[in-house]
Design a protein around this ligand. Sequence first.
Ligand code: ADP
Ligand code: ZN
Length: 721
Amino acid sequence: MQNTVPVLVPIPTEGPYSYGVPEGMSLAPGDLVKVPLGSREVTGVVWEGNETGVDPKKLRLVNEKHDCPPLVEDLRRFIEWVAGYTLSPPGMVLRMVLRAPAAYEPPAALEGLVYSGVEPERLTKARSAVMELIVDGAPWTRSGLAHAAGVSTSVVNGLMKMGVLDTVALPAKPLLAAPDTGFSKAELTVEQQSAAKQLSAAVAADEFSVTLLEGITGSGKTEVYFEALAACFEAGRQALILLPEIALTATFLDRFENRFGVRPGEWHSELAPKMREKVWRQVTTGELRVVAGARSALYLPFKELGLIIIDEEHDLAYKQEDRVFYNARDMAVVRGQISKLPVVLCSATPSLESRVNANLGRYKHVELENRFGEAILPDLSTIDMRRDPPPRGRFLSPVLTSAVGETITRGEQVLLFLNRRGYAPLTLCRVCGHRFQCNNCSAWLVEHRFRKQLQCHHCGEARPVPEHCPECGTFDHLVACGPGVERLAEEVLDQFPDARTIILSSDMAGGVKRMRLELAAIARGEADIIIGTQLVAKGHHFPMMTLVGVVDADIGLSNGDPRAAERTFQLLYQVTGRAGRSGGKSMGLLQSYQPDHPVITAIASGDVEGFYARETEARRVSTLPPFGRLAAIIVSGHDRRETEDYARALRKMCPTMDGVRVLGPAEAPMALVRSRYRYRLLVHSGRGFEMQDWLRKWFAAAPKPRGSVRVQVDVDPQSFV
Ligand code: ADP
Ligand code: ZN
């Protein structure tokens, strides 16, 4: 009987398929192999356990084994775990690992030239220039040698033909040198030292642990976790740093380089394919010692990972809501558990989940309570917009406007924060009241004046701003309702025509490159007023900024999301924390129409503990996470009727059991997205409930969705739209 192996392939199947092993090929679990799949050839991974799927009579052979280190066992177990937890096919999780096709084979070796010992026939001047360089026996590249000797490559080619030069394979250069832990150590404060010691101890213990590093903005969390990284490098292990917006964190890369003498490897969606391949390959071979990346970096095949750091652990960007729905922060903790390594979660405003885990002693809690150096937290206060409203058609209260004026007169920087892209969130016709709505989504179109477009922020549909109303035909009667950053910029320009004003929002022309430049310019003090969406709230260090004005602190307080209060608190705390990071007095002003709201008062009074205590209690009472569990089920399809019918049929089949409730189906708040109608079901249970087992039973009993109907499961949902 022929030998067979189970191979997991990156497609949505329940388990590995069987393949035959050709004579002479020896395979072990973790090996990367090329296998035929239908009419294609794909790369899969040799698995252990039982194979399913392919009829033994039709068994096809493995085509080829890649010349690549195997996926380590921890990573294989992690893939299975994520698949089980998120109710995704393991092949789809594997697909997140296999993200760099050309990296499964070693890079082509560079051709090098060495002296063979044969004398050239005739020693011309050009030839002797070459000879002088090669006699010591070290290899050269062809062009390098010609260039150094100051001759044309034809001279070098001639010497090769004569047999004076032999070719050898040069090893590929590592992408980046190993970090140098002694390169430039910061002198830590006493408080920082004690925190760094605790993190380094966790690394030295070389076992699974989770530490929550909580420190106010500007307290030096990065400096502290750099010491944990140093301990990890010294122990000969690789490290992974997850960042919420890697494309924007040029300053982080610089800081890392200042500390360790080299940059970390980068991993994010904007990485060029060649670079992606190098990083992937060198992570598996162990040549690359550290990667800073977005959430997908969690699936990189590290050879000997020793530490995972998750910066801004509360950030929503860690949640993927597409194909496999997962939270990289939570999955990082799982990877730590499986691989028995320390995980460090950092934040000034931890998620309630992490905070509760720390309070209950499940996580270690390391705190930094002071800003570094002279820096002190800004004075925060609320502007009651009912008492000090802005002039008609404007959005800045006179109180905020005069504070802006005073700040820039002193030569200091202002950040005006408004979490709305574009010119106005809603455009309507003054005559007939027609509202511009997306054809594919239940969303208003947002006017972007710079681009002269109306845009849908959900599906990207864009159309030119029409000259007349499509309903009543009136010309020039379209009005903008509400502010976006572009409209705010108009107001600022009008009030402060001489100020250097920059708008920063994620959809800005020029993309990440331009954004990095602008952020660096702001840090150097080359702007007076910065108008920005949430992308400026995160982690940036702007030394000259002394005033942060939050234009609409109420956005997000009443959107039906159980985490609305927590999110608003985190965002406002982070954004006001941009002020006063290098000594001197600084201020945060929050414009609000409901200044007595508990979130707004907690921010303004700086009562962080009180906020967490109240919010924890509220979650406990209603058994919301982390005291209970949630899973969302989203049924979507092109036909509204068919979609709704299926959602109802699905609901009928759910197994009844004590301790679990199913809500819905209800039309989703975003009832139509990209031309798909959406219905939501929400499962709510206590903490100990075996949610996944129960869900699997349910789906097994449910009818298969037909036509365009699709079911997505979101365990631990962060979004409820
Ligand atoms: P956080 O991440 O907690 O907001 P950072 O690590 O960004 O704080 O530190 C804030 C600023 O203070 C940075 O510019 C950092 O370089 C500086 N800083 C913090 N600790 C030290 C230190 N021990 N020595 C020198 N500079 C420090
Ligand atoms: Zn749309």
